[in-house]
Design a binder for this molecule. Structure first.
Ligand code: FPP
Length: 243
C-alpha cells in the first residue's frame, strides 16, 4: 500500500463508532436499512485496510444496548445483515488469518445471530494476524457494572483483598481483556460523542471525528485518520520534554 503512514508507529488498537448509515440513506432518498447494507461494504474495506497495514486490533461498534429501541424492522434487518455478512465473510477472515471476537450482552441476540456468530468465532479462533471485535448489544456502563459485580463477589469469597484491587484487576475482567487499550477512536458522521462505547478502554485514546458518513468511509479516510493520529504527541500525562 502506498501511503505516508509510519508502519513502526501504528495504533495497536483502533475502535470505530460507525455512524451515519440512516442519514446516508435519507440523502439518497432510500430506506434507512439500505444505509446499513451499504455500511457493511465500509466494514469490509476497513477490515481489509487494517489487516494490510498490520493493525493488531480493530473493534467496531455494530449495535449498542440502546439500538434495541429502534423500530423492529430496522433491528431485524440489522440482525439479518449480521448473519449474512458473517456467513459471507468467513472465507475472507480465514484467508487473511483474522480472528473474529464479539463483546456485549450477546445472550440478547436472536438465536440465529448468536449461533452464526459463535460459529465464526470458533472457526477463526486460532487466527493470529488481527482481532476483529464486533461490539454487539454492547454498552460500556453495563460492562463496567458486570465487572464491579465480579470484583465484589471475589472480595466476598476472599479471593482478593480490597487493597489489592488495581487497574489490572479491572482490565482482566473486561470483555476486552485480550486486547490493549484503544489508541485511536474514530467516529464518523460529524457527531462528537462517545455514546457508551469502551469508556474504560479509551482513557488515553486519541479521538478522531470525521464528517464522512459511515457508508462513504473508505480506505483513504482510514489512512487520513491514522496519519492524523501519528502527527499527535501522546504524553500520557507527562510533559513533552519527558517523552
Ligand atoms: C449507525 O448509523 C450504525 C449502526 C447502528 C449499525 C452499524 C451497522 C453496520 C455498519 C452494518 C454492518 C455491520 C456488520 C458488522 C456486518 P445510524 O443508523 O445511527 O445512522 P444515523 O445516525 O444517520 O441515523
Amino acid at each position: 500500500m502506498n501511503t505516508t503512514i509510519d508502519l513502526h508507529n501504528l495504533p495497536q488498537h483502533v475502535a470505530v463508532i460507525m455512524d451515519g448509515n440512516g442519514r446516508w440513506a435519507k440523502k439518497q432518498g432510500l430506506m434507512r436499512v439500505r444505509g446499513h447494507e451499504k455500511g457493511a461494504q465500509a466494514v469490509r474495506d476497513t477490515v481489509e485496510t487494517c489487516a494490510e497495514l498490520g493493525i493488531k486490533n480493530l473493534t467496531l461498534y455494530a449495535f449498542s444496548t440502546e439500538n434495541w429501541k429502534r423500530p423492529k424492522l430496522e433491528v431485524d434487518t440489522l440482525m439479518k445483515l449480521l448473519v449474512s455478512s458473517l456467513r459471507k465473510e468467513l472465507p475472507t477472515l480465514q484467508k487473511n488469518n483474522i480472528s473474529l471476537k464479539a463483546v456485549g450482552s450477546l445472550q440478547l441476540l436472536p438465536i440465529s445471530a448468536k449461533k452464526q456468530l459463535d460459529e465464526v468465532i470458533e472457526a477463526t479462533s486460532h487466527n493470529s494476524r488481527m482481532n476483529l471485535t464486533l461490539a454487539l448489544s454492547y454498552g460500556s456502563r453495563e460492562e463496567l457494572i458486570a465487572v464491579i459485580k465480579k470484583v465484589a463477589s471475589k472480595v466476598k469469597t476472599n479471593e482478593i483483598d480490597v487493597e489489592d484491587i488495581d487497574q489490572d484487576t479491572i482490565n482482566n475482567l473486561l470483555y476486552t481483556n485480550y486486547m490493549p487499550d484503544v489508541d485511536l477512536l474514530i467516529r464518523t458522521s460529524g457527531e462528537q460523542r462517545i455514546s457508551n462505547f469502551l469508556l474504560w478502554q479509551i482513557a488515553y485514546a486519541e479521538l478522531y471525528f470525521t464528517e464522512v458518513l459511515w457508508p462513504d468511509f473508505r480506505k483513504e479516510h482510514l489512512i487520513e485518520a491514522i496519519e492524523n493520529y501519528q502527527n499527535r504527541e501522546r504524553r500520557f500525562g507527562k510533559t513533552s520534554e519527558q517523552l
